[in-house]
Write a protein that binds this ligand. Sequence first.
Ligand SMILES: C[S@@+](CC[C@H](N)C(=O)[O-])C[C@H]1O[C@@H](n2cnc3c(N)ncnc32)[C@H](O)[C@@H]1O
Length: 592
Amino acid sequence: MAVAKTATTLEEMAQDLAERASEQLRGVFLDLLRTGVDAGGESLQLECSLSGLRDSNGASSSRVRIASMGLDTRVSPARISWSPFDRQTALTGLKREPSRKRRKLTDNVRERAQGPGQEVYKNYLTSQPGSGVDTALRKELTLHDQITQRSTVEKFIDGIWQSIYSGIKLDPTEVIEQWQAIESSGQPRLLTDTGTDSTVRSTSVAQTSFGRMNVLTRKVSQTSRTCRSLEVIVQAHWVQCFDDRVAELTVSLPREKAKKQTIVEACVDFSWSEKELRNKMGVWRGYHDIALSGGWAALVFAGMGLYRFCKYRSSFTGSTFDILKARKHRFEVAADTLHPRWRQLLGIIGGPTERKYIGHPHDWVVAGAGDEALPLPETYHQWDKDFSYTHLDEANIDADVWGMSDPRTVSSPSSDGMYTCDTCDEHQSDDPRANHCVCFPNLYGSVKAGPAPVQVFRTPNGKNNGLIACCAFESGAAIGEFVGQITSGLANLDVMVGQTDSSTYQIWQGRQGNHTRFINHSCHPNSEYERFVWLGTQRIVLVSKGVRAEEEITVDYSDVYWQDLDKVCLCGHPECRYNKQSRNLAIAPAPS
Ligand SMILES: C[S@@+](CC[C@H](N)C(=O)[O-])C[C@H]1O[C@@H](n2cnc3c(N)ncnc32)[C@H](O)[C@@H]1O
């Protein structure tokens, strides 16, 4: 392949090819491993190279390896070793120094470790003691680690979920407020005001200015994020207007001429060269296509990777758009319920600003690919016409049963008024500045993390609703506390039984609780309940055993639950203990 282009373009092309090839090679090997290929104890190497490249003097350079993957079937389980785009070799091959831009773009190692949605993979890397990220990436990865690597599309979708579930606040009024603050005084007001913001509670001079700087930085970052969203909305909409103008001109002109004339009109208005406009248009069309398939929420909440995703377009395939289409209503449920004002941003292009999904995120049950979400009560009407569900953040004690006492209490504070964690031995406190226990930081002791990135979904196989993970939960991460009404004496209802040295209690979630209420049983679950004591009170926490994005979250309800139940388990696992066959066999074993 002879290439005669500028260094930047060539490097970009090599990077683009490397990314595509790496993804393909990995897929090929993973498919082989999944089908149980018998490579006869061999070590195989698959390589992808660029050859015929010329350096700046026009001389041929050596072959440049852009991706390589090894499969070692001599070990069990078979291992894949992966060498991504080797910038050093590639650029030596091209006899050119990496440009500053390229250095950033090709630094996929760091991006892989830091990009949104990389929790599972990131933890693999950081769990290698003393290993630098670069060396860790080159380490041999097990099949499981390889599978948990996310494709470009999956990473992009992770980015959307992460920003929807993060604390970012997208609100056009913020932009106006910040602008007015600058215009009215020309001073950085937050730095000179006495400050009434609740986050500014400092005492020393440095603390005071740090606190104010925190507030200013938060507000400006938020404003900038909102502006960026406005920018991509306008640019995506511009593409629609461009297409409409071309269509209009096509009535009297051949299509190519109509397009050309529309570009010229735009260049005049933008004061840009045609090349500049065409480059921008390519990216903006990407924004337009994302909004068209995944809805405006997908575009507005796209993470940091949006520009890159649209610039390189290596994942712009029909299946990517199908994946986004399938999630459109799911993104909207989360965006509407967690960011009630986000649709106001669409006002800038005269788009619809009315919220579609109102209420709590779990007031809605997301349905099959591309279907609108259903109101939660509707999904229980066949059993209870008046079904309603109260969302709780904390357990609620049934005073008729327990009066003013909490049956979950297991210990009192020590003489200094502090509680110590019996797992990590550190002080616990609801004040993040005084807390040292890091056992479940997304649930206790830290600044409250946002809601867990999970949705109630319609199961396709007769279990009614279930809980689906939008993002991966690495093994050991808390998915939520089992929150409901703390009571006792209920019979014939699904309850969690809790026990301390002095009492036995039930947690009932039938009509009040949190998302853990919707978790189904599996004989091969991906999460489990753990007891944990927070501030002297027993808590039951749902902990991941390694949940992947888009997977149903399940637990094992235990044999005690199923024993005398007149029900069949629908978990579908090959080793299901309570499916129709297992139950029939248990009742009438086949004659030997
Ligand atoms: C705590 S709820 C889970 C959410 C429930 N699917 C719903 O729609 O409300 C427990 C109930 O879900 C159903 N369920 C959970 N796991 C199941 C499984 N593996 N097979 C069949 N039904 C299941 C049973 O009806 C069970 O009583």
